[in-house]
Design a protein. Structure first.
Length: 577
């Protein structure tokens, strides 16, 4: 959700000013987020450092002096956040992926060099005391505008794009924010839930996003569909948000809070949806599990939610767009744009895609097909559900894994389709505490390649509930029939598929050996041998001498935890043995 620094030169319309233009606009219509913290070692406290503007100004000066860098630094939604984006992106093939960890470490060093000795840049999915009293520390030189609704909104980014987006969501919503998360129930816990009552909880958490280039729109649709199924699995593996507002919660990821806090539905729209099924309501949210598959070849039985065909969809189909993709575009054209630039209001010609892109970019599904920016940029697919990891090694491991898995899936023509309602169910399970260990996920184990005709004599579609260990490392014990090792009724597991792909020769033996530590790490994370960051953080909090078995993350505990995170070797997973 990052924005370019240059966006601050633009003038955005308020929600009230946008009203006359909404209908016309509707009709025409490898990113890592970092957290800035400040330590007070004397008082043993740590706060979110509202230094975004300061850091970006310093970065601009640094960039002018040093010339082009290998990454861009963008403002994120809160004043304590910045986003780094690869520039230029990695090239085709696999070799470029071997340099990701080095590039991540270089980004961290560059940003850290702009900070004071008591400040640090961490890759935290969520600050454990985010939203609690005294969470923020401001710089004397930082000009804070009048807060909208107290301390939380004071921390919203001062950059125009983010400021306007937050204000317009609030104005359109016309109701309080009131999402709630269950508190983890320890022996002496007194609170049942924490209430998220400010918009800032949506942009205030950090993600790891990977964008893949596609050859054409058909490949982009196919990639979108397969990644949609992978989304909840990877979110569970990267879980890293065990605490909010100074309390341990009973979830491990940011996704539920993020999607509810980005909900801009008006009271009338909420009332209208009271009779809807839950999956229909979820599909209506701007931040949601991707509601439909997009490929022209997907069997309609897997589409759990298809909106009633509209005039727009029929027009798009007449122009040659496949039914599912036409339904997708018609769906997002029903939304109001949340950001309008004053100098683009007349950009309504058939060759101007500004309004289309503006509207499209204000929807945040867990997997998103990205529109070409210009005639030289093709279709891309953005994978959004993963949580940023505590160390550069972990973050690099998941990026590398996704890159290699994408190639392996294409090589073996892997078919993961399950009913989309099961993907939504998997997404809910992935948020739960210790989902890697305790949850099972709906997964296709039979007829798992596109090469085999469905329901032939030798194969059959089988969808089972499997653990992540079975899905990633292999599920041989789940084969229902006595059969040979090559039986298509048994999914071999992502890790064996990747190993078989790498053995087929896309990289040299030396390069393969460099890939293996990352692949083995993901394998151990899926099997439960290595803990998720959420589990590790939860353990460190509960192991602190001052923890009172009451689910409270005190300032002292938060300080100690952040010190430990800051001092983690960036090349090694923070594992306990």
């Amino acid at each position: 959700m990052g924005a370019s620094i240059d966006d601050d030169e633009k003038t955005y319309l308020t929600w009230k000013e946008s009203q006359p233009f909404l209908q016309s606009v509707r009709n025409l219509a490898f990113e890592v987020e970092h957290t800035l913290v400040s330590f007070d070692h004397k008082e043993q406290k740590v706060s979110l450092g509202l230094q975004q503007h300061y850091v970006l100004e310093k970065w601009n000066e640094h960039r002018k002096q040093m010339g082009r860098q290998e990454f861009e630094l963008h403002p994120e939604g809160m004043r304590y956040m910045v986003e780094t984006v690869a520039a230029p992106p990695l090239g085709p093939g696999l070799s470029g992926a071997l340099h990701i960890e080095h590039k991540l470490a270089e980004r961290r060093r560059n940003i850290q060099s702009l900070l004071g000795p008591e400040d640090a840049i961490l890759t935290l999915a969520g600050f454990p005391r985010f939203g609690a009293a005294e969470s923020f520390k401001t710089l004397d030189a930082l000009t804070i505008e009048k807060p909208l609704h107290g301390d939380m909104d004071l921390a919203l980014s001062g950059y125009k794009r983010w400021k306007c987006l937050g204000e317009n969501i609030k104005a359109r919503r016309e109701r309080d924010f009131d999402a709630a998360l269950p508190v983890f129930q320890d022996r002496f816990t007194e609170l049942d839930e924490v209430v998220l009552d400010k918009f800032g909880y949506a942009p205030g958490v950090c993600a790891l996003q990977v964008t893949f280039q596609a050859k054409n729109i058909d490949e982009a649709c196919q990639l979108h569909d397969q990644l949609s199924i992978l989304g909840p699995l990877m979110m569970a593996l990267t879980a890293a948000t065990p605490a909010y507002q100074g309390f341990l919660v009973d979830t491990d990821t940011r996704w539920n809070s993020y999607r509810h806090m980005a909900d801009e539905r008006s009271p009338a729209e909420v009332l209208k949806m009271e009779t809807w099924e839950q999956h229909e309501i979820d599909a209506s949210l701007r931040a949601c599990t991707s509601p439909i598959y997009l490929s022209r070849d997907v069997d309609e039985k897997y589409q759990s939610y298809l909106p009633t065909p509209s005039d727009i969809q029929e027009k798009l189909q007449k122009e040659g767009m496949n039914k599912n993709l036409a339904s997708h575009f018609a769906r997002f054209l029903q939304y109001d744009p949340l950001l309008l630039e004053a100098d683009h209001l007349e950009a309504l010609g058939p060759d101007d895609t500004y309004h289309l892109r503006t509207l499209y970019n204000s929807l945040w599904p867990h997997v998103r097909v990205k529109l070409p920016l210009d005639e030289n940029a093709g279709w891309r697919v953005e994978f959004r559900p993963m949580e940023v990891q505590l160390t550069d090694f972990e973050t690099a491991a998941f990026i590398v894994f996704m890159v290699v898995l994408r190639h392996a899936m294409e090589h073996f023509h892997v078919n993961l389709y399950v009913p989309m309602k099961l993907v939504v169910e998997n997404m809910q399970r992935a948020m739960n505490r210790n989902a890697v260990l305790h949850e099972q996920f709906w997964f296709r184990t039979g007829d798992w390649t596109f090469d085999e005709p469905s329901n032939s004599d030798s194969t059959k579609v089988t969808i089972q509930q499997l653990s992540l260990k079975e899905i990633f490392c292999g599920s041989s014990n789940r084969c229902r029939d006595e059969c040979c090792a090559n039986c298509r009724n048994r999914f071999p597991g992502f890790i064996p598929l990747i190993n078989a792909y790498l053995d087929s020769g896309p990289v040299s033996d030396a390069e393969k050996s460099l890939f293996m530590p990352y692949i083995q790490f993901v394998s151990k994370r899926a099997s439960g041998q290595l803990w998720t960051d959420a589990r590790w953080m939860r353990h460190m909090i509960q192991s602190h001498p001052s923890y009172r078995n009451d689910s409270v993350v005190t300032p002292e505990i938060c300080y100690k935890l952040c010190c430990q995170i800051k001092d983690l070797p960036k090349w090694k997973h923070p594992q306990l043995f």
